[in-house]
Design a protein around this ligand. Sequence first.
Ligand SMILES: NC(=O)c1ccc[n+]([C@@H]2O[C@H](COP(=O)([O-])OP(=O)(O)OC[C@H]3O[C@@H](n4cnc5c(N)ncnc54)[C@H](O)[C@@H]3O)[C@@H](O)[C@H]2O)c1
Length: 349
Amino acid sequence: MLRIGIIGCGRVSSKHINAINNSKYELISICDINESRLSKYKSLKKVKTYSNYNSMILAEKLDVISILTDSGSHEKIINDISGKVKNIIVEKPFTLTTSGAKRIINKCNKDLSRVFVVHQNRLNKTVQKLFELKSQNKLGKIFLISVNLYWSRSEEYYKSDLWRGKWKTDGGVIANQGIHYIDIIQQLLGDPNTIFAEGNTAMNHIETEDTASINFKYKDGCIVNFQLTTGIRPKNMEGSISIFSDKGSLQIGGLALNEIKDINIIDLKLEGSLNTEIKDLYGQGHQIFYNELYDKITQNLNSQFEGKNLVNLIRLINAIYTSIERSSKIYFDSNKNYKTKLGIYESSI
Ligand SMILES: NC(=O)c1ccc[n+]([C@@H]2O[C@H](COP(=O)([O-])OP(=O)(O)OC[C@H]3O[C@@H](n4cnc5c(N)ncnc54)[C@H](O)[C@@H]3O)[C@@H](O)[C@H]2O)c1
């Protein structure tokens, strides 16, 4: 059994704790600087609680640690833990800057710690099928993809924690919610040749964008358009990817890519249903993520979620913000550190 500890007891923590409790890991300890958030887990049998993660790591011999704190804190916490815990799981986004992601990879390599980033939507049954069909060349030549993320995040949500909707600690709909969908497109098609993006703070009183429209163009001419917003009222509407090719069309939809909405591809028939009921927008992927990672860690195998594989996603996110900041088309360069406000800019409010 792998001994695991958690840092951060906020919104996403119950997904992790449920997944851990339904798998082969042993939950040893939980840490939060916020006493009232920590208190909701104090009744968990045999689980110790801490208010300082350094003390927790010194006291417990953990094989794995999961970092579920605000996005702006990931780099510092990984840096503190590297070398002290062998396997470090961190929630997306891994870091907010490409240089930060590279610093983490170098430090963890040196300290012989492994870092894994939670991108659980890749593991949705629908998305797995999409990757499979693409790798088997069954989708034909894709010429257009339309990604819609029509979600609702209220003013209360943004005000619930100081880090939300800020450049230094979060980013907007692109870096927080849209990153899952941008990741899936990058997995599916690779890096775009060009990017043109627009952002707007339409519905919420936040520093960052809550609404964005992004266009990717690939070398083969394929265009991908993202419509991302957390400004839908009164409630969440859709999280979908529609794919159009010379062989037909395929749409994955539902609230969060959990249903096949339409499939009409020449010579292709899907057996059985891939639809999954979800209780929240985070989906069911955390459980599959923890199960998959258990095997990779215990058998010392490579994982698709290894931090080094996610640096280029952080670069792509920053390239999108560069296009918005400059109001110009960007030729994506996978060797460049795009410096934007993300992870850096601190306003006075
Ligand atoms: N994969 C997903 O679908 C998904 C979903 C939601 C959130 N997330 C990510 O998870 C992270 C957390 O999001 P959330 O909504 O749960 O945030 P949250 O604010 O609800 O929870 C974060 C918790 O971390 C605690 N914390 C902060 N600094 C700490 C420290 N130094 N030591 C101990 N505890 C500390 C805070 O007190 C808070 O309770 C973010 O990076 C977010 O992007 C991912």
